[in-house]
Design a binder for this molecule. Structure first.
Ligand SMILES: [Fe+2]
Length: 234
């Protein structure tokens, strides 16, 4: 059996799907009369849109650039999709501003509109991500070795500020399968300064359930003492 090729889209798209679903549910169940919950949920939507904008830029600068260099026009369909996503996100930001400035009693119809706009945005993104994970991956795999794809990935990751990376990992780590999670962390351990990798492990400890956390420790042969609790080992 042939070894699977390096899939640059799979981890971030799993994170985005989980993040999107979670945000749709949060907006659907919001109480527009509760200022604190409303603000927290709108911040959640704002955070999702910010990460989507950043993700589009990363794909454009790193993946689409590599595809267009080898095969002009190969990223055009997804570029058009990104432009449509940009317009959709601007509409949602406008709606969010309307919600914030509306009287509490007038918020319900606006929140319903925001919920439906967000759900449609997610629906469009699901189709878009499927296109990238099939058509784009085939194009990338046909013209690049895994080592070249890994170099593209590393160059992309270098441009992500630490706070954004932590926010992405917070959603990505629980969304991955154990095999993907262990592989990704093993790769990070080999490429990051030890102190920065310890920070990633702290985050993993925070967001993973007990079973996934202990499985991670075993898979990576780690014995770790975290400040918040007793030493754990497999
Ligand atoms: Fe995309």
């Amino acid at each position: 059996m042939k070894a699977p090729r390096l899939d640059l889209y799979a981890p971030i798209h799993k994170a985005l799907r989980a993040w999107m679903f979670d945000t749709v549910v949060a907006v659907g169940s919001i109480d527009g009369r509760d200022e604190a919950t409303l603000c927290a949920t709108l911040r959640k939507v704002d955070g999702l849109l910010a990460i989507c904008e950043s993700h589009i830029e990363h794909e454009h600068l790193h993946l689409h650039a590599a595809m267009e260099r080898d095969m002009p026009g190969s990223a055009r369909e997804a570029d058009l999709g990104h432009q449509a996503h940009g317009r959709h996100m601007r509409r949602m930001r406008g709606l969010m501003a309307e919600v914030q400035s509306a009287e509490a009693v007038a918020r319900f119809p606006l929140l319903t509109q925001l919920y439906r706009e967000l759900a449609m945005f997610v629906a469009e993104n699901l189709t878009h991500m499927q296109w990238e994970e099939t058509v784009h991956n085939e194009a990338l795999w046909a013209r690049h070795t895994d080592a070249e794809l890994d170099a593209i990935h590393d160059a992309l990751v270098q441009t992500i500020p630490p706070q954004e990376m932590a926010e992405v990992l917070r959603h990505m780590l629980p969304a991955l399968s154990p095999l993907e999670r262990h592989g990704m962390l093993a790769d990070m351990r080999g490429k990051m300064p030890p102190q920065a990798f310890d920070g990633v492990l702290q985050l993993a400890h925070e967001v993973l359930g007990a079973h996934d956390w202990s499985s991670l420790l075993c898979a990576m042969d780690l014995k770790l003492a975290l400040p918040a609790g007793p030493a754990m080992a497999c």
